[in-house]
Design a protein around this ligand. Structure first.
Ligand SMILES: Nc1ncnc2c1ncn2[C@@H]1O[C@H](COP(=O)(O)OP(=O)(O)OP(=O)(O)O)[C@@H](O)[C@H]1O
Length: 366
């Protein structure tokens, strides 16, 4: 027997577009004119610090929050003012939101009854959805009899049981412990691929965003600061905010010299062209794993302040003249050299690993 759920998704429904989407709350702007195109079948994540407008954006997509302006278009249809049940969108929240007095089967049947499907069809679809999340044997249990992870799998099954092309998820794994979270990340990703769903996912956890998403939008104060694949965001951040939000980062105050150099203290550091005015204040960004240290003389000279053994790598803190205290991660490929605190080392900041930008070096992720 062919699956109703997988059959109909082959048509690739689920393209989502937001145009100048805005939400004002009593004089303050929570979402500030967001433009976004998410192709059908993409796993797209809104990532950002608390209060940046992720949930408000998602709720406008779902229809639970009325936009102050702009449009929400799904497969060419503007749904900005269409009630939630008529949008054909599945939603999963952090706090499962299952009906405690209904069995797992009845929870899943609910959205199908709302859509007035017949009993045999409901039984078939609920069976398929439970199979997808491997909970067939729990059909007659109540949510309170299930673990947190199982309850969230029921919530996911309930959100896809009526075969929506778009699934919205707001911090769905936030209440679970780390091990379970990693397992459910994999399960959600494989379910998304199997059903060819468009997923719009909200999280403030950068690792979760990086490991699950095709593309990520980093939000800041109601706007999208940068959008791209996880690798694009990590490798070529457009701002200190993005670089700080995704992964660890050294932020070094500098001054523009010419098109190919910036001054870090007294040292002229070669960098890619950056187009800053001569003598302009700027910052040099470099990831800890890109900082090179050695016993040989190098562009910079530093003294090891501290070293932490992390198993696969050692993390050094090095006081570098003119650059301040830098973090440097040295991975252990087989053996590894250990530089003790107090040891003088040569430090290189390779030109292909640094980003130079105007910016506020005090900007830190929350
Ligand atoms: N119902 C509301 N009434 C007034 N202000 C609101 C309301 N909902 C959200 N806000 C405000 O809008 C801004 C964005 O909130 P939102 O919940 O979308 O952020 P978020 O990025 O999802 O944060 P978090 O990760 O903490 O959930 C915040 O300043 C918040 O205080």
């Amino acid at each position: 027997m062919t699956s109703v759920i997988t059959d109909t998704t082959k048509t690739r429904r689920g393209a989502v577009s937001l145009r100048k989407l805005t939400k004002d709350y009593a004089g303050s702007r929570a979402v500030d004119g967001i433009d976004l195109d998410i192709p059908a079948g993409e796993f797209f994540t809104l990532l950002g610090p608390s209060g940046c407008g992720k949930t408000t954006t998602l709720m406008m997509l779902a229809g639970f929050v009325e936009p102050s302006g702009g449009s929400v278009v799904i497969d060419g249809r503007d749904v900005a003012h269409v009630p939630p049940p008529d949008r054909d969108i599945g939603v999963v929240f952090q706090n499962y939101a299952l009906f405690p007095h209904l069995t797992v089967f009845q929870n899943l049947a609910f959205p199908l009854e709302m859509r007035r499907l017949g009993r045999p069809e409901i039984a078939r679809r609920v069976g398929e959805a439970l199979k997808l999340v491997r909970l067939e044997q729990w059909a007659d249990s109540y949510p309170g009899q299930l673990s947190g992870g199982q309850q969230q799998r029921v919530a996911v099954a309930r959100a896809v049981v009526f075969n929506p092309p778009v699934l919205l998820m707001d911090e769905p794994l936030g209440a679970l412990d780390r091990k379970l979270r990693l397992q459910l990340q994999l399960e959600i990703r494989s379910l998304q691929r199997e059903l060819a769903l468009t997923v719009v996912y909200v999280t403030h956890d950068q690792d979760e965003a990086m490991s699950m998403s095709d593309r990520v939008a980093i939000m800041r104060e109601g706007r999208i600061e940068q959008m791209g694949t996880p690798a694009e965001l990590y490798e070529t951040p457009v701002s200190v905010f993005v670089a700080d939000f995704l992964g660890d980062n050294n932020t070094i105050p500098a001054r523009a010299a010419d098109d190919r150099h910036v001054m870090v203290g007294d040292v002229a550091l070669r960098t890619p062209a950056h187009g800053l005015a001569r003598d302009a204040d700027c910052v040099v960004l470099i990831r800890p794993e890109r900082v090179r240290i050695s016993d040989a003389p190098a562009t910079f000279s530093g003294v090891v302040h501290d070293v932490v053994y992390l198993g696969s790598a050692s993390q050094y803190e090095i006081d570098v003249a003119g650059a301040g205290r830098l973090r440097c991660a040295v991975s252990h490929n087989g053996g590894h050299a250990v530089w003790e605190p107090g040891r003088r080392v040569g430090v290189e900041l390779p030109a292909d690993s640094v980003h130079v930008m105007p910016g506020d070096p005090t900007s830190k992720k929350e």
